[in-house]
Every structure is written in structure tokens, then in C-alpha cells.
Design a protein around this ligand. Sequence first.
Ligand code: WTA
Length: 660
Amino acid sequence: MSKDIQSYLLGDKIFQPDYNIKKNNYFIKDLHAYESLCLESKLDPEEFWKKYAIGFLTWHKLFTKVLDESNPPFYKWFSDGELNVSVNCLDVNLTNGNANKVAIIFESDDGQIEKISYRELFVRVCKFANGISKLGYKTGDKCIIYMPMSIEVIIAMQACARLGIIISVVFGGFSSKSLQERITDIDASLIITADYQKRGGKIIPLKDAVDEALSIDTSNKIRNVIVYKRTDKDINWFSSRDIWMFDLESNQDEYIDPVFVNSEHPLFILYTSGSTGKPKGIQHSSAGYLLWAKMTMNWTFNANPTDVFWCTADVGWITGHSYIAYAPLSLGMTQVIFEGIPTYPNSGRFWEMIDSHKVTIFYTAPTAIRSLVKSSDLNKEVHPNNFDLHSLRIIGSVGEPISPETWLWYYTNVGKNKCSLVDTWWQTETGGHMITPIPGVTPLKPGSCSFPLPGIQASVVDELGDEVSPGKGGFLVIKKPWPGMIRNIWNDSERFKNSYFPDELKGYYLAGDGAQIDSDNYFWILGRIDDVLNVSGHRLGTMEIEAALVAHKLVSEAAVVGRPDATTGEAVVAFIVLKGKYPEKHEDLEIAKELRNWVSQEIGPIAKPKDIVFLENLPKTRSGKIVRRLLRLKASGQSITQDVSTVDNISSIEKISISF
Ligand code: WTA
């Protein structure tokens, strides 16, 4: 934890909130209301959280204890309460006037549209849950979901929640090897998948990857693979194990009693990259998680009954959990779910869809915006100015820092200078937004995620946990527990404690990001302080990619670092020492291609190194540690000016010049 964090050049232009958005704001009306909520949450946190937990959630058994701090950092929230998440997302909408309201507008890759009302969704979830239940699955069992964006993936997630089955959704872009590791780690007995997925005009197999994953580790406990039929293409079929999702649903009862679970019952485990070779299974609770997802949906997106919300994330990531699968439903919203990609059939797809579905709140990632800026520079026809985007009132950003330049483009061309732009900082571990503007309320500074939400005690500290002065960089921490926080790392409590609550930081939650607070109290995120890269908004552990590379028969050693990239934010650069002969050219195209494909097979295409550099040796300290900071400098095209007299093998990187 002794990394230098450079101070950032602060932007100084402030954009005032739009009056029309303010008018719609039912929850936090102005800065004064925001400040009093923050104060309320500080003066009496128990009362603050209790009020929201009672007001926002439907309980089967009301809790008597708000926060159990007896065993930090293993905090428990509302721990003697009981509820069911699917009741809070579906049943509540049958009696509040939303039964016939459209819950999901699904648009497929090829532009087909399907709508489903809250009542219809409820019935399909119940029928599917009845099917799973009859196969013998019950509360506490573990299920892997490996599906494309669809109405069916929401049905799968909600049906499991109804039965108390713990899920882990694996992003469809992960390889069979990554899938196998997750199946093994959570000890799953059920998989729900699809035959294929359609993305950008391509048909990509999913069930094949499941079959392969199950053949890698034959000691797995999987009894059934339920398959959503997305195409007419054939797949391999194991009749004692495989079942079509539609067959399982048909002829089932249209109602099933929910299983009420304890507040702390794990709703899901979501794997994300960390500083070691092995991804961490982030464990979330039922009540606290849902409460925070719902509260933040209200505050950050000012969710109104007439809104059409569209979050472009995949359900395989936390954004797709909190702001697709759970919070919008819990608020009875209408949301768009999209199967495809922003550039197919052309880069006007997002703008066309906002227009055709009259989207009012649009939530996407800076990487998508950057690629669309580039496309609309090249082809004016796909520029947002050619589309009617007047339905929009709030636009959002998530997953990585948004540069002031990209922010301005988004604000001007998509938001037409009238929408609030909410730059939401949060993480898989936080469950929901943490630092973000309130639309129509917070004056906006491009590139800053502004202020912490009420109830969130965020700060920037030094190595000893002491607050740094304004304008100075430090570690972003959250000083007090909050209901949506990570509960544990699945199967690894030690790693949970060490990664997030290191002793020297006074018991604060360490986010893993560098940040600074300016003199107006605005937060600026400076990027990760650990060995985690953020490529196109996806978290990738450098150690994980290194572990995959050294597993290849030609590779002796590998060191992976990030470098800035104009489109993807960061790009993966791998420095490789091959077994045997050092290639003539440091970029040997054939071997580099093979290694890229290898990483794609081992982890998934998102982890493919963009650049591969072959070296004779890696630069190391006398004790044998790879000196990554030198590799980082080299990867980003900078020259090495530091004293390197104590670094072994330095000549190996000094003699190559890299231009990407
Ligand atoms: C980064 C995504 C700057 C950050 C919800 C964090 C951001 C990591 C922002 C979490 C933002 C997320 N500004 N950086 N608005 N939002 N990040 O777990 O480095 O996939 O630690 O959760 O993304 O990524 P994760």
C-alpha cells in the first residue's frame, strides 16, 4: 500500500442541474435536502437505515436489530428479519396497480421486440420455479447461470430467489475453463444456460462451453443443465441431465409459495478479479443488498412511475444484477433489455433504440461512449444528432473514470445539455452506487463522480488511515458499514479481511481505488491502486492473465501490466519470456497470436492481451520480484529515468523500444 498516487488536473467548469429534472424529483429535492439526509444518517445511523428498511422492503418477519457489529468486518444487517427477494420484485407489483404494466421491453440482436407485463413475468417465474423445485432443488442449493441477455435470464434469477437458491451468474463471454472454476468453487448442483447467444450478427455457443466445463472437472455435483432455446441450431444433448427450459415451465402451476429466507441469506455470489491469480466470489446478502439497490435506484435515477429505464450492462456483471435484475423490478419500472451490441448493425443502434422505446433514463459505460464518439466522427449518419433523443432526462455512466472530454460529448450530444449526467462510482463489492450526483440537484463537474450518497461515509486517506488534505491523492475508503456491502469472499474469509479491511486502516473498507477530494468536496477517482486493470469497464486481474499465460507450454515467465488506451480505457500488455529460444523480433506474430487465443480459451476473449512483447528476461529485484512499475512505464511508451542499479536483467527491457 505504498503506491504513489499522482494528483489529478481538476476540471473547473460546473454545470447546474436542469429545472425540469428537479421538478420530477420526488426523493431528494435539493442540496439542502441532500445535506440533511447525510446529517441524519450520521447522527443516528440505526434509525436512518431502519426507516428505509421498513419503508422500502416487504418483510415476512420484521427485524428487531438493524446492525450487528459484534464480529467486524463480518457485519450483519437486519439479521433477525426474513423476506423473499422475488416477492419484493414481483408479488408487490400485482397489487399496486402495476400488474398489467410492461416490466421488460426486450430487443433482440436482430431487432425483434417482445414485451412482458409484471403479471406475465410473475407467472413465468412461478412456473419455472415450480419446475426447478420438482427436480429437487431447494433453499441453499447453488446454481450457475450462463445465459445471454433475455427475459429468460431474469426469470432464472428471480425463480432462484423465490426458492432461496444461491446463484452465480457467469458472463457469457467467459470461457469454459473460467466457467468450470466457478462451478467448482461454489459447488453448484444446477446450471441454467442457453443453446447459443446472438451478438452482433454472430451466433456463439453457450451449451457447448457448459458441456466442456463439466468434462474438465468430472467430480462436479451438477445434476441438471436447463437450456433456454434461443436458436434452431443443434446442440449435443445428454438426456439424463439436460432439460429444455420451456419444457420445464410448461404445465406447471402458475403460483408457488416463496421461501422466506433470513436477511443475510446469500442472494448471489459474483466473481470478480482481484490481486491474485484466482477470482474472488463476492458474496451478497438478500435484504441489505436489495435495500441498497432499491434506494440508490430511487436516488440516483430519480425513478418515476412513467420512466423507461435502459441499462446497457450485461447481467453477468454487478451493474446488470443491481440495475436490471433486481432494483428496476422492485420499483415497478418499465425497462429495456438488449441482447446485442452498440455497433450492430451500425453505431447508431443505441440512439435508435432510445428513440423507438422513448427511453427516459439511459445508463451505459464510458467505453461504449468512447467507441461511439469515434464511429460518429467517421460516419456522420450514426451521430446522435441524427436521432430524436428528446425523451431522455437522465443519462448515466459507470465502470471506469469518464474523462472530462467524453463527459462533455455525452452531455452535449446525447443529453442535449438538458439531462443530468450521473457519473456513478461503485463496485461489485458495494452492491449499489456509492458516490454519484443526484439528478437535478448536484451541480456537475465533468470527470468527477461528485459526492457520497446519504449513509455513505466515504473518505480519502493515507497509509495509516488518516485523512489527506483537499487536492491530495490517497486511498478511497468507506468508514462505516452500509447494508449493500459485500458480506464475504466465498470460501475465503481471510482474503476478505485482508483485501478489504487491512489492519492499518482503522477498520475502514478499502475500495482499491485511488482518489482525491477537491476544495469543493467533489470526489475524483484516479484508478486502481492494485494489480487490477479496467479494460472496457471490465475488471481484469493481471495475476489471473499471468497464470493463464504461464500455463502455456511455450511460456517460461509472464508479466502483465496495463497501458492507457483511447477506446478501452486500459489495454492489456503482456511481457513474455519463452522457454528455449528468444524470438528474433520482440513481436513474433505467430506465437503472439497463439498466446492471445490461449488466454481467450483460458479466461475469455475480454482478457486477450492487446500487445505481447517477448523479452529475454524479466526485470527483477534482487529478491526475485518482477519490477512491474518499469514494465508499466515501458508499456505506455515512457522512458525509464529512475535509478535501476538494483534491478536485475534491466538490459532486457532497456534495449527494446516499444511503440504501440
Ligand atoms: C471502477 C462496476 C471511476 C473503479 C460497478 C472500481 C469507476 C471498479 C467508476 C469497480 C466511476 C467504477 N468512475 N471509476 N464512475 N465506476 N469504477 O466491480 O476502479 O466491475 O473500483 O463494478 O470500476 O468495477 P466493478
